[in-house]
Ligand binder design. Sequence first.
Ligand code: TRP
Length: 472
Amino acid sequence: MAAPGAAAGKDAWSSKTAFMLAAIGSAVGLGNLVRFPAEAGENGGGAFVLFYILCVLLIGLPLLLSETLIGRRGQAAAPVSFRRVAEESGASRRWEWVAVLGVLSAFLVLSFYCVIGGWVLYYIGIFAMDLLDTGLVGGAFQGVPAATVEGLFPQMIENGPMTVALNLAFLVITMLFVLRGISGGIEVAAVWLMPAFFVLLLGITIYGAFGGAFGETIAYLFTFDFTKLTGPVMLAAVGQAFFSLSLATATMTTYGAYVGKDVNLASTSTTISLADTSVALLAGLCLFPIVLAAGLAPGAGLGLMFQTLPHAFQEMPVGSLLGLAFFVMVGFAALTSSVGLMEAPSAWLIDGFGLGRRAAVLTVTIGAALLGVVCALSTGMLSGFHPLGFWNLFEGQGMLDALDTLTSRLTLPIAGLFTAIFIGWIVDKRLTDAENGLDGALHHFWRFLMRWLVPLALIAILVVGIFPDLFA
Ligand code: TRP
């Protein structure tokens, strides 16, 4: 398909809308639906949410613009684009290592992301079976004790063969899309699944707003207690902002390489950030009312989605169908993210090492499957294996949790820091001026953020987050 702005013969988005849907698809995922409510619950609700929003606006959004800008200028996978932009600015080609760290992070995230994607497949399966069993009316899992329903989760994640099989299934589904390339695969997933996702999310949220405990939810999510805003909590919020916007994982740069010159990157970055943040907040507004209305406590962590929520669907009319719709929605969001996570390392193997798409995608898939098996088993058989346990940041964490912490608390903020230094201090100003789509005061503001606020804030947050004891 002829694509605007693409070099001859190169695969690219078939339209600006396709790019937007793919970028939003990559941003909106398990991070918004599972990780955000869990982090908000664990880190004290309102103050975390407020600090998170600040991070998105002042750090995430300007970095998102920077990343897509480097990609469009470089016209290739992230490390190659970083190298080209560095060379064009007369700087060392070693800046490509910032993006290599990003590619590596994408690979690590992909490995554990597809494990959780697999869990979602399991819940799609059990709600679908329940719908066939009990029919439309009444709650889900009729006649089954709530404890049994909540017990399904520990039972599933401790079942090694099950989690491994589910993980591989999710990985293979992802691979099938990425094998078909940008316009033929990744874009197709985004264009079909993202609109369906939004319809489901709005439908379930509105249902909850009328039928559920909406007022209590607002109180829960927006009560501010600023004494809770400690160094580690701030690091959690920044990490969550990076994770949720798909920053520092080479994907936004890679996606930017397939965008036409006529697209205003400042405005697309703003839309992507707004959409992503709205979905995170909506996820809270969607989950908590259902749970609170069922008279349940909104437990923190993964139990919220995988235990409390299925229990709540037991109490609701048309519960099986609602549960099925809910987990299908989560699955759609997860899939449009996992394709982005797989594309970033694949594109590097293609543009940086000359592999064909098929060989590149298979290599990444096999690598992610091998590491993924260790993650999948880390909630059961390998729960005693703590790969980074010698460091207190990773205390007691199995492979899945350790990779999650390693990326969101360390590699993402660090790669983001160097990207800011690169754009703010190294890249030729004429080059950023030509690409960023900003003018006047906003342009100066963006440069100020990239030169000063973003790097200094990230350094400060990394230090107080990693060494909280120094400041106690
Ligand atoms: N943003 C995704 C989410 O919220 C997770 C993610 C992080 C991601 N980095 C990415 C997805 C890169 C695609 C590409 O779930």
